[in-house]
Design a protein around this ligand. Structure first.
Ligand SMILES: *Cc1c(COP(=O)(O)O)cnc(C)c1O
Length: 363
């Protein structure tokens, strides 16, 4: 049953649906790219030891301690850092801060599913430029789409692929509006575009502590950009958006758990490569990845993911990947995305995936 809409509701909100991936609990959850090795230890200790003030008092208005820790970690000034309730909050606030009526957010297809929603919520349209067989796009086509705000995701979700630096540079060189570079998975990529956040006053690099840092439940994200850019995003995001316990745990994760994070990023990369090799050997055609997940083009993906969930392993199915990419054309636009975690979990996922595929295709 759908709820009837109020007459006073915004007309441009009518097409917005709640974000609703299948989040029912599952024994092994490889569907959301969070850290499956558990929480970083110093951060977890802070949460367990939280005092009364962490509950009853408001947190710091603009999370100054967290900004200082991020600034030290990335070698930027604290006034180049904006924090938020997850990087989703930073992305939404940045779009809102620079939204002009009738404007367009340009993104790639496929890319992060929240961006068209954030665009619409802020009164903007979104336009996407399809990725090509190299998981890149022609920067001229991208700029011709007429961005008011440019969104780039590197590495890209859900493909896991890097965006060539030449493409990023061409977009940044050809456009003087807000450029958001979403680096949710940069920890796993070995490259980043932080130099552009330092050198250009219109580039915001967005990061999250939900993936490599293992703190998704605490909702901590941040952006790095010029002080003038960051100041505008802070205005639109507003005060008190990082809770006191989240700030405390995040500071501990950045200052005391760096070794733990590095170690688990290295493990994720090792297991990612092993996952890809094993899937190759089983006759799948996984997309090479620079993130902590692997996209596998696969006909019947939605049904196969359903069978896997019934067997205790959740993966994320996609049904509308652009068939302009040859690999997705061959799979009818379907695919599944598998988060990388401890090898015992991946082994079980691979076995179940293989059996589910064989059963599905035997029908
Ligand atoms: C997971 C993800 C985020 C959101 O992270 P939160 O900090 O948990 O809000 C942002 N961008 C991309 C591409 C992601 O995959």
């Amino acid at each position: 049953m759908t709820t009837p809409r109020l007459a006073i509701a915004r007309a441009d909100y009518a097409p917005i649906d709640l974000y609703a991936p299948d989040r029912r609990p599952c024994r092994i959850d490889l569907s959301d790219n969070t850290n499956l090795w558990g929480p970083p230890p110093a951060a977890a200790a802070r949460l367990r030891g939280a005092g009364a003030d962490a509950f009853t008092r408001y947190p710091d208005l603009y999370a100054r301690r967290l900004k200082a820790a991020i600034a030290a970690r990335f070698d930027v000034a604290p006034d180049m850092v904006v924090t938020g309730c997850g990087s989703d909050d930073v992305l939404d606030s940045a779009i809102r801060a620079f939204a002009r009526p009738g404007g367009v957010v340009v993104t790639a297809d496929p890319s992060f599913a929240m961006i068209p929603l954030f665009a619409r919520m802020n009164g903007l349209a979104s336009v996407s430029v399809p990725l090509d067989d190299a998981y890149a796009f022609d920067p001229r086509a991208y700029l011709d789409a007429g961005p008011g705000i440019a969104y780039l995701c590197a590495p890209n979700n859900p493909t896991g692929t890097p965006l060539p630096r030449a493409v990023i540079d061409a977009v940044v060189d050809g456009f003087d509006g807000l450029v958001i570079i979403d680096e949710a998975y940069a920890d796993f990529a070995g490259t980043n575009a932080l130099d552009l956040a330092r050198s250009r006053d219109n580039v915001l690099v967005a990061r999250t502590m939900s993936k490599a840092y293992g703190l998704a439940a605490l909702r901590i994200g941040f952006g790095i950009g010029s002080p003038a850019l960051v100041a505008e995003v802070e205005k639109s995001r507003g005060p008190y958006k990082v809770s006191a316990v989240a700030e405390d745990a995040a500071v501990a994760a950045l200052t005391e758990d760096a070794g733990w994070v590095d170690e688990h990023v290295a493990l994720a990369i090792e297991n990612r490569e092993r996952l890809i090799e094993t899937l190759d050997a089983r006759g799948f055609e996984p997309v090479p990845s620079r993130s902590n997940f692997v996209l596998v083009p696969l006909r019947g993906a939605v049904a196969i993911a359903g069978a896997m969930r019934a067997g205790g392993v959740a993966v994320r199915p996609f049904a509308d990947l652009p068939t302009s990419i040859a690999r997705f054309g061959a799979s009818g636009g379907e695919g599944i995305r598998i988060s990388v975690g401890p090898w015992t979990l991946l082994e079980e996922a691979i076995d179940l995936l293989t059996r589910s595929r064989d059963a599905h295709h035997a029908v």
